[in-house]
Design a protein. Structure first.
Length: 349
């Protein structure tokens, strides 16, 4: 009787390695053999009196800006790195346990994607969070490398591949060849920064106080990186700073574009700086292959067009822009032996 039973346990053993895209805005979990099984906002709601977790993910995100005094909704990652270690670790553990129903069994190998500009201390914090959350072994991959693999670029060939990954907390720009990063730039400007500029703009121009979630919704609805034909408008609700009462105003896409001009320029500059550091042979390759644009921020209207205008290079918006980092990290889990060289080498102290 050992046949099917042994097979089952073998498959279960295979199925537990996972890759985690621990993002500032969303966390995605990829499980070997099953693909992406979880995609939720990186938000945890905690009851401060009892210290218990009230909600995690989508439910917790709905609570941002709407909680009573004894409950706080925390986003434990800021600018792509861990800002609140304990909460990050609890969130990771929660997500891992959600994926693995049989608790006693879950001691997976985990690959975690991190921004490329991250310091050794920040790296160790990510690893430690993984170990605390129950991993048997934690590996780290740089986000632009994961995004490039997830976007299907031939990262192992000796040709230049350029990826621009605009996330919630960071924008990663990298030129990749032969399985390694040749030139890169990581700036702590991303979707969150765009939301902040919209909040500041509404405060200054309209004396209207907006919440984070409202700002994000406006950005997604009418945000744009370059002038577009159809200039749309959106109704915005917030609190009037003068009267203290709720108020609704109408904002145009043009105004939002002006408000978000600075962070978008910073992203464009990061792309130019990286191109500037690129060896000439690879520059030639990039003219043919173009730039792969990925991450949530890539979905802002006209982002690809703006980069095309500024660099004069072809820019392709990747099909799976929101989950390319998770898919790329997942590929490393599936083909661990073949792709091990792209992971950041380490020794656990």
């Amino acid at each position: 009787m050992e046949g099917p039973f042994a097979m089952g346990s073998k498959l279960a053993f295979l199925g537990r390695d996972m890759a985690v895209d621990l993002g500032t805005a969303n966390t995605l979990v990829y499980v070997r053999g099953r693909g992406i099984v979880l995609n939720e906002p990186s938000v945890v709601a905690i009851n401060t009196t009892s210290g218990k977790i009230v909600a995690v993910g989508i439910e917790a995100k709905r609570m941002i800006g709407r909680t009573p005094g004894n409950i706080i909704a925390i986003r434990p990652l800021k600018d792509g790195v861990i800002a609140d270690f304990e909460v990050t670790e609890r969130m990771l553990r929660y997500f891992i346990q959600r994926v693995h129903k049989r608790r006693h069994f879950a001691k997976p190998r985990i690959i975690i994607a991190v921004p490329s500009g991250i310091t050794g201390v920040e790296q160790r914090a990510v690893k430690e969070a993984g170990y605390q959350a129950g991993a048997r072994k934690v590996y780290i991959i740089e986000e632009p490398m994961a995004a490039a693999i997830g976007a299907g670029l031939p990262v192992h060939e000796p040709t230049g591949n350029m990826v621009v990954d605009i996330g919630g907390g960071t924008t990663e720009v990298a030129i990749i060849s032969m399985g390694g990063v040749v030139a890169s730039q990581s700036i702590r400007v991303g979707g969150d920064e765009l939301d902040q500029t919209i909040i500041t703009f509404a405060k200054k121009e309209y004396s209207l106080m907006l919440g984070e979630r409202t700002a994000e919704e406006i950005k997604m609805a009418i945000g744009s990186a370059c002038a577009i034909e159809d200039e749309s408008h959106a109704e915005v609700r917030g609190r009037d700073l003068v009267s203290g009462l709720p108020k609704t105003i109408v904002i145009s896409a043009h105004e939002i574009r002006k408000a978000t001009e600075e962070p978008i320029n910073a992203i464009v500059d990061a792309v130019k700086t990286t191109l500037d550091k690129c060896p000439p042979e690879l520059s030639g390759d990039l003219m043919d292959r173009g730039i792969a644009l990925t991450g949530g921020g890539a979905l802002i209207k006209g982002m690809d067009e703006r980069l095309r205008d500024e660099t004069g290079m072809p820019v392709h918006l990747v099909d799976n822009a929101l989950d390319s980092v998770a898919l790329g990290s997942g590929r490393c889990v599936e083909e661990f032996e073949a792709l091990q060289q792209v992971l950041i080498p380490e020794s656990r102290h």
